[in-house]
Design a protein around this ligand. Structure first.
Ligand code: NAP
Ligand code: MG
Length: 488
């Protein structure tokens, strides 16, 4: 926070298109604000349809030229080099991520490590994505190959820019696609830096392009661009619908990762002491601004008070503060998000949800920062807004349930379905309940462990569709081609 002179003009960042740093024509650059104190720390290009078009053309050229001609092994080696470059710069990339998003510096560093791991994982996977042969009629051989889509568009949110760019671009590039990324206007700096690093380690021009700007302008232009063959979107359900509609007009496929209201189910037979720190971390990490945040804890009624007593002191001990002080959580991303989260908490309290515990904000935290004190609420009514809607902030709702069937119905009873946690020492029950969850990922006696670069991830219902992360993502970013050979 004290490492920059406020008198200096904030640096101007340019788009990276076809291997060159270019300015957007027509519109003034956008200010980039540090959520920890509200100061303007940089400016980014405010791009429009023209810049998106230039990037889509550059990507097409790369796909048909330099990038597209590489073997899978050569692509993989470049991705591994990019991973190494991110690791070498991990400290400063992590600091930049923290400055740009307000997240605690150690979370910024962890995000840089995870981004490096994504590029390593997909780099070493690139030449392992092999097809199949299929038994068919006599005299025929059938081969199924995996083909890249061509040009892929990536719209990223502000909560984990490094990680989400790593996971989606890493997999797309490994398959041989050329990419155009539109990062969130609130957090574009690390995506730009990753693209510069890709250029430095020798990616052919146009393989990875980053174009900054407003979602409603640059994001909309990217999803509507007929030269984009496939879209990967992470963000809100409302915008996800717009992206899918725009892509549908030119018949491009999409993956949508749209957040959740993920439950953690705590049965009375669980090791409650072991569960408690994870239940807190699952909502407090990144200030609750995590799509897979465990924002509902469903507790078997006869241990409800025990669990509440275990969680309350942990919540009281939580501190929010500037990113460089590395507290439990930083500021919310912007003023709008702070208003949204405090609005949810105030409405829940007005509706009668008891406030079981509240964390604190550093007393001397900069007044211009977007801080929210963590809140533990419970018992929360099942039909309350806070029990059903994604808050995207540090607020945890506790709800009692009666038996296994009730727990399953309650867990599955929102519009979302992204992740679930099951806490029990009954092995049969853990498998029954895990299988009954309507979502993309279930953790038993744990939650969100270790980032899970290797683990397929995605949602059902309002949480979206398609899978990213793990080897599974390579199937999303490629398509089967069936070659039928009649040789007699
Ligand atoms: P958002 O508006 O959906 O933003 C996500 C991305 O979409 C950003 O890059 C955004 O650009 C872009 N975008 C916005 N409007 C667009 C359009 N019409 N066409 C194409 N792209 C567009 O999400 P948000 O406003 O940042 O956050 C709102 C809520 O969404 C949060 O409170 C949270 O509930 C949810 N959310 C979920 C996730 C997740 O990981 N699932 C992540 C972030 C937010 P700009 O940033 O320039 O607007
Ligand atoms: Mg920012």
């Amino acid at each position: 926070m004290h490492d920059r002179a406020v008198t200096k003009a904030p640096p101007l960042h340019r788009n990276l298109i076809a291997g060159r740093d270019v300015e957007a024509a027509g519109a003034e650059p956008l200010d980039v604000v540090c959520p920890s104190d509200g100061a303007v720390i940089a400016r980014i290009q405010q791009s429009g349809a023209a810049e998106i078009d230039a990037a889509a053309r550059a990507a097409r050229q790369a796909f048909e030229g330099g990038w597209g001609l590489l073997t899978a092994t050569e692509r993989g080696r470049l991705l591994v080099k990019l991973s190494e470059a991110i690791t070498a710069e991990g400290e400063s990339l992590g600091a930049l991520e923290a400055l740009d998003t307000g997240k605690p510096i150690s979370q910024g560093r962890a995000d840089a490590t995870a981004a490096a791991r994504y590029f390593e994982f997909y780099g070493t996977s690139a030449d392992k994505l092999h097809g199949d042969t299929i038994p068919f009629l006599n005299g025929y051989t059938v081969a199924v190959t995996r083909e890249p889509h061509g040009v892929t568009g990536h719209i990223a949110p502000w909560n984990y820019p490094l990680q989400i760019v790593g996971r989606s671009v890493g997999a797309a590039l490994a398959c041989g696609n050329a990419c155009v990324v539109k990062p969130a206007e609130d957090a574009s700096l690390t995506a730009l830096r990753v693209a510069q690093l890709a250029r430095e380690v020798g990616f052919p021009d146009g393989a990875l392009n980053v174009v900054t700007g407003l979602g409603s302008v640059a994001g909309a232009a990217l999803s509507a661009h007929p030269g984009v063959d496939f879209m990967s979107f992470t963000g809100s359900p409302e915008v996800g619908t717009l992206v899918q509609q725009a892509a549908a007009r030119h018949h491009a496929g999409v993956t949508l990762e749209l957040g959740g209201k993920s439950p953690q189910i705590v049965f009375a037979d669980a090791d409650l002491d072991a569960a408690a720190p994870t239940l807190v971390k699952a909502i407090i990490q990144n200030g609750g601004q995590t799509c897979s945040a465990g924002s509902r804890v469903l507790i078997e009624r006869r241990v409800f008070d025990d669990v509440a007593r275990l969680l309350a002191p942990r919540f009281r001990a939580l501190r929010a503060g500037p990113h460089d002080r590395d507290r439990d959580l930083g500021a919310m991303i912007n003023a709008k998000q702070k208003r949204r989260v405090t609005g949810f908490i105030e409405a829940a309290l007005r509706d009668g949800a008891p406030l079981l515990a509240e964390g604190a904000i550093d007393e001397d935290a900069p007044a211009g920062g977007f801080y929210v004190a963590p809140a533990l609420l419970g018992p929360v009514a099942r039909d309350a807004r806070i029990a059903r809607e994604e808050v995207f902030g540090p607020v945890l709702s506790l709800m009692p349930f009666d038996d296994e069937a009730d727990a399953v119905a309650l867990a599955n009873g929102t519009d979302y379905g992204l992740v679930a946690g099951v806490w029990t020492n009954d092995a049969k029950r853990s498998m029954r309940v895990a299988r009954a969850m309507r979502c993309g990922q279930v953790f038993v006696n744990g939650y969100g462990a270790g980032g899970g670069v290797e683990l397929p991830f995605g949602g059902v219902k309002k949480s979206g569709h398609g899978r990213e992360k793990g080897f599974e993502a390579l199937y999303e970013f490629s398509a089967a081609k069936t070659i039928v050979i009649h040789h007699g």
